[in-house]
Design a protein around this ligand. Structure first.
Ligand code: NOJ
Length: 554
């Protein structure tokens, strides 16, 4: 059993992810700025936020919205200046909020100086900083791997007369972690940012950094004749050696946290990754995110799922971090559709669904990561044409769907359901033009529902998701078991109710969340001796949950 006093600051707080391009524009340019984030620190503070993860705002050609870094030591002018960033870090601290930087270390931009030099010849100082291979005899790519954004994972470079590997877009060449100078350059960057006083790092796509000893074709799984790179390169033996080096160089001796983005790591392997013997403090693994989309994440191949599948995935992660390591709880991030659509198979008001998810997110064991706008209960946006999307992955999924034989309308529907651009539309601050997010031309369409679903409206509505988030944040302070208590699943086989208890000494809470649009009876024994302390739809009746109702008993 943990005690709240023994927990680190980042285990007790709420983390919030900002996608700066869509948060708040202070420059009238259609895209958000760092100054816009600073201007909303009071708002974040009101949500109980203590850690603020900002997706990459380094200098970048923005092929993948900042995940293609050109210069890790510079801020992209579209976001502002390094002085703006220093101010955010400083003012954040005054609000009790520590900035968390996103480290993109699997790859750089192809416009990064390192790659420009590496690609210029076969014998420059950085010749082996990236993954270079000769063509096959017939001139074709070295393997049949498909990049995560579609098409071959290899791109031909005329100057070197070789192919380079890119796990993501061709403008995102993979770094060669085997090269000690590469590792040193990356660790120097992280230390430079840590010395600025940031509170931690989210480390991007970390499971791809170690490549297999031999590069071999994989089984073809689609009409394009390619094989997913993920199956060939994710989570290779030996990866943890590099990451232990990383931890020793950057994390040890500092009061910061590191959370890795780790697609390809199963809950059962979490103990090697987190905790005392692990390499990170927390790991974003995606087993629950895969439930509605399938592990292959091919949007045009629908999967069927039930609530117990989701419960099994969440439960496995809880059990894997029960005594070792810590869990970062999340239902949304900038790569996912909105959770109110993603995790429900029934109709019903989005606000009720958002409150159900929030009850789980803020009372389960782990650090809750809230994604911007999640606290308002957005649904997915309405997409009228593929041209409205501005995302390299969505375009690739669209092309793939067409290659699989879907017509344009069906391919668009798959993108509308699963595209991560659903999470990237401008933040909805108020009912003024462009939801108050920008005076310029927004880079993505503003969500249709912004006149009624926005911060200003919800602040005045006692039943709103926003005020529910604030109530739950406060509950975490008064009910310490919600932060430090053990976790145990209840009603495991129930297909409507997700339920668990938290216990700390003689303190006990029970969360009951009805994910269905039907009344859901339950045995009152699970809440014996407790009283409702948070009710998503007003006074509840013991023994039955209303459709889409969540109640925390304590
Ligand atoms: C994961 C990031 O979250 C995503 O947005 C990005 O496109 C890829 N990694 C590539 O960096």
């Amino acid at each position: 059993m943990s005690d709240v006093c023994n927990l680190a600051w980042w285990q007790k707080t709420i983390a919030y992810e900002v996608y700066p391009k869509s948060f708040l524009d202070t420059a009238g340019q259609g895209t958000g700025t760092i100054a816009g984030i600073t201007a909303r620190l009071d708002y974040l503070h009101s949500l109980g936020v203590g850690a603020l993860w900002i997706t990459p705002c380094y200098k970048s050609p923005m092929v993948d919205n900042g995940y293609d870094v050109q210069d890790y030591y510079a801020i992209d002018p579209s976001f502002g200046t390094m002085a703006n960033m220093d101010e955010l870090i400083e003012r954040g601290r005054e609000h009790g909020i520590r900035v968390v930087m996103d480290l993109v270390f699997n790859h750089t931009s192809n416009r990064c100086d390192w790659f420009v030099e590496s690609s210029s010849s076969r014998n420059n100082d950085k010749a082996d900083w990236y993954i270079w291979r000769d063509a096959r005899e017939d001139g074709s790519a070295p393997t049949n791997w498909r990049s995560i954004f579609g098409g071959s994972a290899w791109e031909w470079c005329e100057e070197r007369g070789q192919y380079y590997l890119h796990t993501f877009a061709k403008q995102q060449p993979d770094l060669n972690w085997e090269c000690p100078e590469v590792r040193k350059a990356l660790f120097d960057i992280a230390n430079w940012w840590a010395n600025k006083g940031v509170g931690g790092f989210r480390i991007d796509a970390i499971t791809y950094i170690k490549k297999p000893p031999a590069f071999e074709d994989g089984p073809i799984d689609g009409e394009d004749g390619l094989s997913p790179i993920h199956d060939a390169t994710a989570n290779q033996a030996g990866i943890l050696d590099y990451l232990h080096e990383f931890k020793a160089s950057v994390r040890d001796g500092r009061d910061i946290f590191m959370v890795g983005e780790a697609n390809g790591v199963d809950a059962k392997d979490l103990d090697q990754w987190v905790g005392d013997e692990g390499v990170f403090d927390m790991l974003f693994e995606f087993s629950h995110m895969h439930v509605p989309v399938g592990k292959a994440e091919i949007w045009c191949r629908p999967v069927t799922w039930k609530l117990t599948d989701l419960k099994r995935a969440l439960g496995a992660s809880q059990r894997a971090t029960a005594t070792n390591g810590w869990y970062p709880a999340f239902f949304e991030n900038h790569d996912q559709p909105r959770s109110t659509v993603n995790f429900f198979r029934c109709d019903g008001p989005l606000a009720k669904k958002a409150k159900v998810l929030a009850a789980v997110l803020l009372s389960t064991r782990g650090t809750p990561f809230v994604y911007q706008g999640e606290e308002l209960g957005y649904g997915n946006a309405t997409w009228r044409s593929i041209d409205e999307f501005d995302d390299v992955q969505t375009r690739a999924q669209y092309e793939f769907a067409l290659s699989e034989g879907l017509d344009e309308q069906a391919a668009l529907a798959a993108c509308a359901r699963f595209s991560r651009d659903n999470a990237r539309t401008p933040m909805q601050w108020d009912a003024t033009r462009n939801a108050g997010a920008t005076d310029g031309n927004p880079w993505l369409p503003v969500h249709d529902d912004y006149p009624t679903c926005n911060v200003a409206v919800q602040e005045g509505d006692p039943d709103s998701p926003l005020l529910w988030y604030r109530l739950l944040a406060a509950l975490r302070t008064s009910h310490t078991e919600l932060v430090a208590g053990d976790w145990r699943e209840l009603l495991a086989d129930d297909e409507r109710i997700l339920a668990f208890e938290r216990t700390l000494g003689d303190r006990r809470s029970v969360t009951l969340a009805n994910f269905s649009d039907e009344e859901a009876p339950y045995d009152t024994a699970v809440v014996a001796g407790l009283a409702p302390v948070a009710e998503s739809q007003g006074p509840t009746t013991a023994g039955t949950l209303r459709p889409l109702e969540a109640v925390i008993w304590g």
